[in-house]
Write a protein that binds this ligand. Structure first.
Ligand code: FAD
Ligand code: NAD
Length: 479
């Protein structure tokens, strides 16, 4: 550790570590401070995403999907298997191994790029000075030319459901169950509720999801959300919309949850309760009173479009600033800030941030939803194509869902792409590229796609915008 750096980054999640690596690549002397400890008590890099978020949840989603396929899907395609059994400790061990490999990978990337990893807490003082406290409590003052704050977010807690050691848990606890609970309650039918609810439902738990809103996935396109709700319910998720949890009481090894619906009070007994009602920016201990950095009214670090805070040469990126709490959004911000410090002029295109919910089928989108365009009175046209008419989806026994493309009525510029279907997360990337290059639906329609692929559904939906998809009968425009 030196006492003077060109750049000090606080937080080594996907926003902070990407910023640190890019700064070092651009020739800046860089340190990255992170306070996270793994389950073995040793320092870990990678933040929420690698340790308690994207990666472990996807390891369990993939494993549980394979289990569900072996149980219910293989027979449909002519594969007979004997009794399929689940080995939860082994599944968890593999998840932990994937996590360890990736967090160790960040350590290697820091070393390879010359980033100093400093394990402990960072606090921003005034004038780009940083107070670093290591895990033994030793305090060192470090000076930097520029500071990038990337402290991330933590789960929101709500008064009716205080967390316990292992019965009422947040998303982190829900990634650690040592056996399959008989009954799981989930509060919140958002991204985490659906993903982790799906994991335990596939592994055999009875899962009830209590959601305060009357509407399911209001941020997704209405039609996609409607199809996804039907599909999730068919898979066995009991999703109760318009329910407000009022209390959760632990009784022995179970939890009694009381909630209100429009018809009155109801209750539910579960073996595990997962609280997944959102995340909040984490800024505890981050800022000295005279740091010059301000918070907005919702507790996020206040930044402009270029992620600059109110303090000179101090930037903030990732979950701790406005915008969607997504790993890739933070990474793009971190890289943009590093490049701007080096004098380049990139921008983050906030209109092109893809969202994915890793259920099965997956839900993915980028850009505007139809309901958004309706409410802003923008004129648009729509093309949609069902996977039920896509050869590859049928061949793979994955023909549920559709692709929907929305384009400007006059210019034909693509405004939004919404996919509910197999590998939607991969397919939406094509839409992001098209939108980054300001493509029209016609441009996509004139592009050649390999056959047979799931992506042909994107092609057909683009052709459908102009009313000439080939593999379905197009609706005649109203006269
Ligand atoms: P974080 O990843 O939260 O990292 C911040 C780091 O800073 C942490 O290690 C923290 O300990 C450290 N820190 C904080 N304060 C200090 C301090 N003062 N000093 C030193 N260190 C400090 N997003 C996706 O895009 N795709 C997904 O599939 C996805 N799945 C998810 C699944 C789950 C269960 C959860 C919980 C989240 C998921 N997310 C997903 C969200 C994603 O994890 C976050 O958007 C992302 O991690 C945010 O990155 P970040 O760098 O801003 O912060
Ligand atoms: P979320 O905002 O996606 O969903 C929270 C849900 O809880 C909402 O539907 C909300 O209406 C509901 N809710 C809030 N208070 C409630 C209450 N008292 N009772 C019942 N329902 C209530 O938040 P999340 O699922 O916790 O995820 C947090 C963040 O992590 C999200 O911003 C998300 O972007 C990110 N994340 C992303 C992914 C992914 O990209 N695949 C996966 C997991 C998490």
């Amino acid at each position: 550790m030196k006492d003077n750096y060109d750049v000090i980054v606080i937080g080594a999640g996907p926003a902070g570590y990407a910023a640190a690596i890019r700064c070092a690549q651009l020739g800046m002397e860089t340190a990255c401070i992170d306070k996270s400890l793994g389950t073995d008590g040793k320092p870990v890099l990678g933040g929420t995403c690698l340790n308690w978020g994207c990666i472990p949840s996807k390891a369990l989603l993939d494993a549980s999907h394979k289990f569900a396929e072996a149980q219910h899907g293989f027979a449909d395609i002519g594969i007979k298997v004997g009794k399929v059994a689940i080995d939860v400790p082994k599944m968890m061990e593999r998840k932990d191994k994937v996590v360890a490999g990736l967090t160790g990978g960040i350590k290697g990337l820091f070393k390879g790029n010359g980033v100093d990893a400093l394990y402990g807490s960072g606090k921003l003082l005034s004038g780009c000075e940083v107070e670093f406290t290591d895990h033994d409590g030793k305090v060192t003052k470090l000076q930097a030319e520029h500071v990038i704050l990337a402290p991330g977010s933590v789960p929101v807690e709500i008064p009716p459901t205080p967390l316990t050691d292992d019965l009422i848990v947040d998303s982190t606890g829900a990634l650690e169950f040592s056996s399959v609970p008989k009954r799981v309650g989930v509060i919140g039918a958002g991204v985490i509720g659906l993903e982790l609810g799906s994991v335990w439902n596939r592994l055999g738990s009875e899962v009830v999801i209590l959601e305060a809103l009357d509407e399911f996935l209001p941020m997704a396109d209405e039609r996609i959300a409607r199809d996804a709700l039907k599909s999730m319910e068919k898979q066995g998720l009991d999703i109760r919309l318009g329910t407000r949890v009022t209390a959760a009481e632990v009784s022995g090894k179970t939890v009694n949850v009381t909630y209100q619906t429009k018809d009155g009070d109801e209750s539910l007994t579960v073996d595990k309760l997962i609280v997944a009602v959102g995340r909040r920016p984490f800024t505890e201990g981050l800022l000295a009173p005279d740091s010059g950095v301000n918070l907005d009214e919702r507790g996020y670090l206040y930044v402009n479009d270029l992620c600059a805070t109110d303090a000179s040469n101090v930037y903030a990126v990732g979950d701790v600033v406005r915008g969607p709490m997504l790993a890739h959004k933070g990474t793009e911000e971190g890289v943009m800030v590093a490049e701007r410090i080096a004098g380049h002029k990139p921008l983050v295109n906030y209109d092109c941030v893809p969202s994915v919910i890793y259920t099965h089928p997956e839900i993915a989108w980028v850009g505007k939803t139809e309901q958004e365009l309706k409410s802003s009175n923008d004129a648009y046209k729509v093309g949609a194509f069902p996977f039920a008419a896509n050869g590859r989806a049928l061949a793979g026994n994955e023909a549920e869902g559709s692709v929907k493309i929305i384009a400007d009525a006059e210019t034909d510029r693509i405004l939004g792409v919404h996919v509910f279907g197999p590998q939607a997360s991969e397919m939406v990337a094509q839409a992001v590229i098209a939108m980054e290059f300001d493509a029209s639906a016609e441009d996509l329609g004139l592009t050649m796609f390999a056959h047979p692929t799931l992506s042909e559904a994107v092609h057909e939906a683009a052709l459908g915008v102009a009313g000439h998809a080939i593999h379905m009968v197009n609706r005649k425009p109203k006269k």
